[in-house]
Design a protein around this ligand. Structure first.
Ligand SMILES: Nc1ccn([C@H]2C[C@H](O)[C@@H](COP(=O)(O)O)O2)c(=O)n1
Length: 210
């Protein structure tokens, strides 16, 4: 192909609907992406809070409290020594999303969450004034926590439903050429020439990562 020819769009056979994300798919995708930050080896959960203007006002994932590094804490979920169980220490995604809010409050907001909330999170969601919950999955077994959570949400008038979406997956590329760069640098972590500002930014984030 000649250099001055734009590459054929890879997704030219996509329907209009497939080309962009619907709001609900977008918000749940942000919850899913947030879950990928969790260091829980068994269950990664993510949450995304959205206000009535469709603005994201908080995100979170399950992780250890501030000052308790995820890499140093125990992630055991069953062991003889119950005091080492992660459940005694981990902060749930829902709580973190509410605590991380970048707005004055989350009253009337909708929470998109990858896993149905437990009873403790249901209490926090109610007290924070959220109005709706959209979840992706729910554990099959009827645990007391689950039943209590549903009871609490129903009594408090918080609507909850499973996400209904035509999409089954969303692929995300982190390859520069997929976003308009003409040439991929030899180092896949560094953008092609001409993108020096973004290059610096990506280094900064990497240095902070833990
Ligand atoms: N709604 C929920 C439910 C669970 N989590 C977190 C808490 C733990 O890290 C993990 C569940 O533990 P497991 O069932 O794997 O023993 O997921 C949450 O953040 N939000």
């Amino acid at each position: 192909m000649a250099d001055n020819q734009p590459p054929a769009p890879e997704n030219s056979n996509q329907t209009e609907e497939e080309k962009y994300l619907k709001w609900e798919d977008y918000f749940m995708a942000v919850a899913v992406l947030s879950s990928k930050r969790s260091k829980d080896p068994k269950t990664q959960v993510g949450a995304c809070i959205v206000n009535q203007d469709k603005r994201i006002v908080g995100t979170g994932y399950n992780g250890m409290p501030n000052g308790c590094p995820d890499d140093e804490m125990s992630w055991l979920h069953k062991d003889e020594n119950e005091v080492d169980h992660k459940h005694l220490y981990v902060c749930h995604a829902e709580m973190n999303a509410i605590m991380n809010k970048n707005s004055a409050d989350v009253k009337g907001c909708t929470m998109y969450v990858t896993l149905f909330p437990c009873n403790e999170c249901a209490k926090i969601i109610i007290q924070a004034g959220l109005s709706k919950i959209v979840y992706l999955s729910k554990k099959e077994n009827d645990t007391s926590e689950r039943i209590a959570a549903e009871r609490l949400l129903q009594r408090s008038g918080i609507a909850y439903r499973r996400l209904e979406s035509k999409r089954t997956e969303i692929k995300i590329s982190l390859t520069a050429k997929d976003y308009g760069a003409k040439q991929q640098s030899e180092n896949p972590n560094v953008l092609a020439p001409g993108a020096s500002q973004r290059e610096e930014e990506s280094d900064e984030v990497e240095a902070e990562d833990e």
